[in-house]
Write a protein that binds this ligand. Structure first.
Ligand code: FE
Ligand code: FE
Length: 289
């Protein structure tokens, strides 16, 4: 099924088949994980202003690193997302787990591929730095839920108490609900806090990868929980956002519910299968990052 204009019944019939209901996800209250995660969110909230995000665009969107996807995964094998309470395995396994569940449920191959690669924007840690929160140890500029800058922060963000530390909180325009945006301008026209979502979106655009718009949308907004889970940005959503929200939600269920720390053995057949998808959709498997 490769047609991506599908009516919404499709999604009701295609929820992940093996959701682990007993396991709770996105639980930020566990003591041992809490302090590092909380600190990551606090730093993101207190640093990611409009000005900062624009600076990150300027700095990180130079596309001067040519890398094979295979090598990106290799380099990511030592990167563990410190904002994620649900998994401690390297990211490659999370990508495979997500992709394999999507594939098992018969979704289109482009969605499987997005399952595999949606987090590879984290590779910016290789040329990142502590000051930007883009290093292995300091990750507030790479991971965690994102939020829209240039308008008021919703109370539905994780750790809403940190909203008061946002640098634009007293700005005459950026602190208002509508902020610097026109009513229902569409989320592709807003500025999100800097992280692996926006970075990979820009990489895929720059490399002119032949992926449906929905695929790019998922990459760009999969960490914007305030949008796809809390619906806090209805006033900024355009017509397209209402259509694409379904894709984001279906994707999120796989991103979230396939997480576990079981070591998985990846067969040669599986590797070959994804190599072909990477070849087909990602310019022969090599991109400028
Ligand atoms: Fe992610
Ligand atoms: Fe993910």
């Amino acid at each position: 099924m490769d047609n991506h204009t599908i009516n919404t019944d499709y999604f009701d019939m295609h929820q992940p088949n093996d959701i682990d209901d007993k396991h709770s996800f996105r639980n930020y209250t566990n003591d041992s994980t809490q302090s590092k995660i909380k600190q990551t969110y606090q730093f993101a909230r207190s640093h990611q202003s409009v000005e900062h995000v624009l600076q990150m665009h300027k700095k990180y969107l130079s596309f001067s690193h040519r890398m094979r996807i295979q090598d990106v995964f290799e380099k990511l094998s030592t990167f563990v997302d410190i904002s994620d309470p649900d998994i401690t395995l390297p990211n490659y396994y999370h990508g495979i787990q997500t992709a394999e569940s999507i594939r098992k449920d018969g979704h289109p191959e482009w969605l499987q591929l997005i399952g595999l690669i949606h987090d590879i924007g984290k590779i910016m840690y290789l040329w990142g730095c502590k000051e930007d929160g883009t290093s292995m140890d300091t990750q507030w500029g790479i991971v965690g839920d994102t939020f829209i800058v240039g308008c008021a922060l919703p109370d539905s963000l994780v750790y809403p108490e940190f909203n008061t530390e946002h640098p634009d909180k007293d700005h005459p325009i950026y602190s208002t609900k509508q902020g610097m945006y026109a009513h229902q301008c569409g989320l592709n026209n807003v500025l999100c806090s800097w992280g692996h979502d926006e970075y990979l979106y820009q990489v895929l655009k720059h490399n002119q990868c032949i992926l449906p718009e929905q695929a790019l949308y998922i990459v760009r907004f999969h960490s914007l929980y305030a949008h796809h889970k809390e619906r806090a940005y209805n006033h900024l959503m355009g017509e397209q956002d209402h259509d694409y929200l379904h894709w984001l939600r279906i994707f999120n269920r796989y991103d979230l519910y396939t997480k576990n720390d079981d070591t998985i053995i990846i067969s040669e057949e599986t590797k070959q299968y994804y190599c072909k998808l990477i070849d087909k959709y990602l310019n022969g498997g090599e991109l400028l990052f």
